[in-house]
Design a protein around this ligand. Structure first.
Ligand code: NAD
Length: 351
């Protein structure tokens, strides 16, 4: 079977790690017909937008895509292409496995947890009102003046629909991947309505999965627990903003951004990408670690049903990291991006 898959190289160091990832994925023997779709700052001039319609068309058609990181200018310029893709394609679940690979420099060694982050609502939806605007004044009035007059306002909304979808996704993932426990994380003692609803829905969904343990943690306690005893946790499910922060915390626990893969998944479309950004200062230097995107590729192989190839790829990455002979600077080596990819390909072929 030949899979048609969209590849978005991205910008900054994106094209270098994308090329490495494409070569590694091709070496697994899974036949992929790549459709390259350009997005990001490098195509702004050519198309007048960082996200040409052809990119969305390609993903909608192929249903599966993998992308390198894309720069988001701060303050001015275009809004985040990454957020736009998730919104446009309704990729409601963000999946971030955080696993320790022996050989990575990290304070922790016994970690294998998965963060499932809701991707479409919460404070992240960008529903905001500026200081001094008419709408802001109305909301201040509605709050019985509990909000100061000189405030800017961002709305946190948590819906039953989105919560049900994300918690179901977490339990389904746990079931399919032999995981034992799902922990829902919020601050429901303070945000009794919004985060309270998240818990109410999560408890109800949990009843449909009696074989999987369900528990709850408050986000502040969760942060401390993850630093002190991360090995106690398995699958975490969180609203958007807490999920964003905890994902990076967990990436830090397993040795940093260079090894943290991710996936954004919707009803019938999935987009795979590393957690890290475009690291623009290293652009064109063939220097950064390609593993986060390569492991995102392993998640993609697993998603399309190529489970053996996914496992073979992950084992090859683990072996290269363990041997530490041909690894990039962040893992304590001197290898180039392309050399580390070559070494992973060698390991895949050895199996
Ligand atoms: P970043 O992740 O690009 O880089 C931060 C630092 O982490 C780098 O300077 C580097 O030291 C290290 N790093 C990152 N990736 C690495 C890798 N593969 N190998 C080795 N070291 C690596 O974060 P940033 O500097 O905050 O963001 C740069 C740009 O990327 C911003 O415009 C941001 O908006 C964007 N961004 C995009 C995505 C995405 O495409 N999904 C995600 C996060 C950030």
């Amino acid at each position: 079977m030949i899979y048609k898959i969209t590849l978005i190289p991205g910008d900054g160091t994106g094209p270098e790690i994308s090329e490495a990832t494409r070569r590694v994925l091709d070496s697994t023997g899974v036949e992929i017909d790549w459709e390259i779709a350009e997005a990001g700052s490098d195509v702004m001039e050519k198309y007048g937008t960082p996200l040409p319609a052809t990119v969305l068309d390609s993903i909608r058609k192929n249903k599966v895509a993998i992308k390198g990181p894309i720069t988001t200018p701060i303050g001015s310029g275009f809004r985040s292409v990454n957020v736009a893709l998730r919104k446009e394609l309704d990729l409601y679940a963000c999946l971030r496995p955080c696993k320790y690979y022996e050989g990575v420099k990290s304070k922790y060694t016994n970690i294998d947890l998965v963060v499932v982050r809701e991707n479409t609502e919460d404070l992240y939806a960008g529903v905001e009102f500026q200081i001094g605007s008419r709408e802001t004044a109305e909301i201040i009035k509605l709050s019985n003046n509990r909000i100061r007059n000189d405030s800017a306002i961002s709305i946190k909304s948590i819906s039953r629909t989105a919560t049900e979808k994300i918690v179901k996704f977490a339990f389904e993932y746990a079931q399919k991947n032999n995981r034992k426990k799902v922990t829902a994380v919020t601050k429901a003692n303070i945000m009794k309505f919004s985060d309270g609803l998240f818990y109410e829905v999560a408890r109800s969904v949990a009843k449909d999965y009696p074989d999987i343990e369900y528990e709850e943690r408050l986000i502040d306690n969760m942060c401390m627990q993850l630093v002190q005893k991360p090995e106690l946790y398995d699958v975490l499910v969180l609203p958007n903003l807490y999920g964003d922060i905890i994902s990076d915390l967990c990436a830090g626990l397993v040795g940093g951004l260079g090894v943290a893969p991710g996936a954004n998944i919707g009803e019938d479309i999935a987009l795979f990408e590393p957690v890290h950004g475009s690291a623009p200062k290293y652009k064109g230097m063939n220097k950064v670690n390609p593993v986060a995107m390569i492991l995102s590729g392993a998640l993609m192989l697993d998603y399309i049903g190529e489970k053996d190839a996914a496992k073979k790829l992950e084992n090859a990455v683990a072996q290269v990291i363990f041997e530490k002979r041909v690894v990039t600077y962040d893992l304590g080596g001197t290898a180039k991006t392309s050399e580390m990819a070559d070494e992973i390909i060698r390991k895949i072929r050895e199996v």
